[in-house]
Design a protein around this ligand. Sequence first.
Ligand code: SF4
Length: 110
Amino acid sequence: MNAENTSRRAFMSRLGLGALSIGAIAAVQACGKGGGDAPKCDDLTGVSDADKATRTALKYVDNSADPAKVCGKCQLYTAPEGGAACGGCKVIKGPIAPTGNCQSFAPKAA
Ligand code: SF4
């Protein structure tokens, strides 16, 4: 085996590892998970521009900075159905993470 073949083999090996890394990243993104434990609920397909503006104006985020104020503990939250990661909201249209938050947070009655 000459040096050129060894170099080509090393290059192909690195190329394969790179492809695996890209595949792993794509798989994580495809499963709908964002950073940490927060699901990524940002597919706004079918949401009107006005509803997107409301989402922005109320500063909705998938991952609340305050664990006591998450959508899952908000009386306006509607739980996901059929095993989905994202639920809904009576105020904000589009997918809503149970770990999310916005300025209209209203705690559920104890
Ligand atoms: S009102 Fe805000 S905090 Fe409450 S469920 Fe909707 S998005 Fe979450």
